[in-house]
Design a protein around this ligand. Structure first.
Ligand SMILES: *Cc1c(COP(=O)(O)O)cnc(C)c1O
Length: 385
């Protein structure tokens, strides 16, 4: 490599034309160069003594002890390829939710990879993909990467708007992505509204329900998508181990899909796309229902507390059913950018929401008791300063 660099360097110096030829690259598919690369939540706060990362909706309680034990036990036989269908993981998920393992697909690169794989499998150049104004940025990336056309639907009071979405359906509509609950707004639509959305879609369109935060929702009118996938041939539900299971670092995701969609995904996915360790840890994590319940209960308590306390400071906080809240800041001296800098100086990292088209907002992940109290104290000082 060092030799290559040296050769190119010399050519650039003595023969510019030759150098330019050497750096010409093949053009990617149309759309790819329109993509703004995904930027994750920040992880460092320069100068802060201790950092609290509340920017990526990770679990403050971490993974189940059973998952940690499975991780230690899975460190043997790394020279052996994994079982290719992620059978162990699919059977564990199937047992917990009463789903047919044949209709589950695992992913060793999070549910992001499944959302992407669906786009790769179904989108043709020029196809239209509907998603909402403040949706997860991956939907746009997966759409553009397949030379398809994003159709961005306005929201109504920071909620997914079924009517506005249906009004934009055309003969070219091929896919609808909806995060339910949505990130970063924390809002959700009811099961009845989701059915109404589905009823208005043409048969050739796939409805992709991204239920990354579903385990946190405690509302009687909510359903993550299981019923609709069981009933319809064009609905897929994606899920993740990154949020309530506290395993974001291990990158495990899955989906429940119609048999025909599973057949398609099984043809295009990587042949060993879920590592042995991922299968074993995921299976142990999902079986530990007590840990899931504990994480949901912690979240319920502290999300309510954060919402109330931050509202008392005079800031708008939207109702959230997920493990984060969206805080709105006024323009001027108490702006979101100034709040962000102030919180950073105390090591508290929230998520700036400019990339979600919400530049006046910061998204706060529900943290440990100590972290939540620190954030409220810091915001109180910021507002008083
Ligand atoms: C966090 C998140 C996911 C999960 O992504 P993974 O790749 O499984 O870690 C999916 N969708 C949304 C909207 C999210 O916020």
């Amino acid at each position: 490599m060092a030799g290559m660099r040296l050769v190119f360097g010399c050519q650039a110096f003595i023969n510019t034309a030759l150098f330019e030829k050497a750096v010409m690259t093949p053009a990617p598919k149309p759309g790819i160069l329109d993509i703004t690369a995904y930027v994750g939540g920040r992880a460092s706060a320069p100068g802060a003594v201790k950092v609290h990362k509340l920017s990526s909706n990770e679990s403050p309680l971490g993974p189940s002890p059973a998952a940690m034990e499975a991780l230690r036990a899975a460190s043997h036989d790394l020279q052996i390829y994994p079982e290719g269908s992620a059978k162990l993981l699919r059977e564990a998920i199937g047992a917990v939710y009463g789903l047919d393992p044949a209709r589950l697909i695992g992913s060793g690169d999070g549910s992001d990879a499944i959302l992407t794989m669906l786009a790769n499998a179904y989108l043709r150049p020029g196809d239209e993909v509907l998603f909402s104004e403040h949706a997860f940025s991956l939907y746009k990336i997966a759409t553009l990467a397949n030379s398809a056309v994003p159709v961005i639907v306005p929201e109504k009071e920071l909620r997914f708007d079924v009517d506005a979405t249906l009004a934009r359906v055309s003969a070219k509509t091929r896919m609808v992505y909806i995060a339910n609950p949505n990130n970063p707004t924390g809002s959700y639509i009811s099961h009845a509204e989701m059915r109404r959305l589905h009823e208005g879609l043409p048969e050739q369109a796939l409805l992709v329900i991204d239920a990354a935060y579903c385990e946190y929702v405690r509302r009687n009118d909510y359903e993550p998508g299981v019923e609709m996938v069981s009933q319809f041939p064009n609905v897929v539900m994606t899920r993740t181990f990154s949020k309530i299971h506290g395993l974001a670092g291990l990158r495990i995701g899955w989906c429940y899909a119609p048999a025909s969609v599973c057949d398609v995904l099984n043809r295009i996915r990587g042949p060993f796309n879920v590592a042995t360790m991922q299968q074993k840890v995921g299976a142990a994590a999902i079986a530990d229902r007590a840990h899931v319940e504990k994480s949901a209960a912690h979240n319920e308590t502290w999300r309510g507390w954060l919402t109330t306390e931050i509202r008392k400071l005079g800031l708008r906080v939207d109702d959230s059913v997920a493990n984060f809240v969206l805080i709105h800041f006024p323009a001027g001296v108490k702006s979101s950018a100034k709040a962000d800098a102030f919180l950073m100086s105390r090591g508290l990292i929230l998520r700036a929401c400019g990339s979600y088209a919400l530049p006046d907002c910061l998204r706060l992940t529900v943290g440990t008791a100590e972290q939540n109290e620190m954030v409220v104290a810091a915001l109180r000082d910021f507002m008083a300063a």
